[in-house]
Ligand binder design. Structure first.
Ligand code: PXP
Length: 256
C-alpha cells in the first residue's frame, strides 16, 4: 500500500454515483472507480450512504465490501437504519456525519457535545463489532473533547470553512480557519485521538492541511471526481498524492 509518509489518502467516490444517478442507469460504476482509485494509490475508499440515497446505494456498499482490497470508510448519519447496515457489513471504519435532507453536501460538523449520551450508546456496538469509529466535527475544542469522551478512536476535522474562505478570496478568514485546524489537530492528537481531515479540499488547498504532522488521513472526493473529467481518474488521484507527498516532505524538513 502506498502512502505519503504516514499520511493516507482516502478517495471519496460518492459523486461517481451522482453522475450515474442523473440518468438512473448502471454507469459510471462507483465500484469500478474505487478499484481504479486503489490502483492509483488510494489508501482507502470513502462512501457516504445518505438516508435519501441520492448518490451511493445499498448495492454500491455491497459491491465495495466485496471488491475492495483497501479499507472502506463508511460515512453515515447516526440513525438506527444506518447502524444496522454498518453492523451487517462491519467496514474497517465508520465515520459519523450530520445529515440534513435539504443540504447539498455535509454542511457542518456533528454536534457531539449536545448529544453526548446518545452518541456514546450509538457508537459502542460499532466499536464492539471491530469498526474504527470516526466523528466528523468542526475544529472546536468542545466537540473534540466530547468525541474523546464518547469513545471515538478517530476525529475527522471539517475543512470546508477553510476551503470556502480560500475560494472566496477571504484570506483573513482562510488563515484563521487554517490556524484553528492546525491547533485542534495537535490538541486532538494530544488526547490520543487519530486525526483525519476533509471536505472541499482541492489541489490549491490540500498542502497546508497535509503538512500538519498529526493528520493521518485526508478524505477527498468532489474535486478529484471533477478533475477526472479533464485528466482521467488515475492522473487526478496521482496529482493529489504528489501534492500530499510534497507537503509532507516540506513539513519533515522544516521540523528537522
Ligand atoms: N469527509 C467527510 C466526512 C465528508 O462528508 C465528505 C463529503 O462527503 C468528504 C470528506 C469529502 O468531501 P469532498 O467531496 O468535498 O472532497
Amino acid at each position: 500500500m502506498t502512502s505519503a509518509g504516514n499520511l493516507r489518502l482516502g478517495v471519496n467516490i460518492d459523486h461517481v454515483a451522482t453522475v450515474r444517478n442523473a440518468r438512473g442507469g448502471e454507469y459510471p460504476d462507483p465500484v469500478r472507480a474505487a478499484k481504479l482509485a486503489e490502483e492509483a494509490g488510494a489508501d482507502g475508499i470513502t462512501a457516504h450512504l445518505r438516508e435519501d440515497r441520492r448518490h451511493i446505494s445499498d448495492g454500491d456498499i455491497d459491491g465495495l465490501m466485496a471488491a475492495l482490497s483497501v479499507p472502506l470508510n463508511f460515512e453515515m448519519a447516526a440513525t438506527e437504519e444506518m447502524q444496522k447496515i454498518a453492523l451487517r457489513h462491519r467496514p474497517h471504519a465508520v465515520c459519523i456525519v450530520p445529515e440534513k435532507r435539504e443540504e447539498k453536501t455535509t454542511e457542518g460538523g456533528l454536534e457531539v457535545a449536545r448529544e453526548e449520551n446518545r452518541l456514546a450508546h450509538f457508537i459502542a456496538p460499532l466499536r464492539d463489532a471491530g469498526c474504527r469509529v470516526s466523528i466528523f466535527i468542526a475544529a472546536d475544542k468542545r466537540q473534540i473533547e466530547a468525541a474523546h469522551r464518547i469513545g471515538a478512536q478517530v476525529i475527522e476535522l471539517h475543512t470546508g470553512a477553510y476551503c470556502d474562505a480560500h475560494a472566496e478570496g477571504r484570506t483573513g478568514d482562510r488563515d484563521r480557519e487554517l490556524a484553528a485546524l492546525r491547533e485542534m489537530s495537535a490538541y486532538a492528537h494530544s488526547l490520543g485521538l487519530e486525526v483525519h481531515a476533509g471536505h472541499g479540499l482541492t489541489y490549491d488547498t490540500v498542502q497546508p492541511v497535509a503538512a500538519f504532522p498529526e493528520v493521518m488521513e485526508l478524505n477527498i472526493g468532489h474535486f478529484i471526481i471533477g478533475e477526472a473529467i479533464f485528466r482521467g481518474l488515475q492522473p487526478a488521484i496521482a496529482e493529489m498524492r504528489r501534492l500530499m507527498d510534497e507537503a509532507r516532505g516540506t513539513e519533515a524538513r522544516s521540523a528537522g
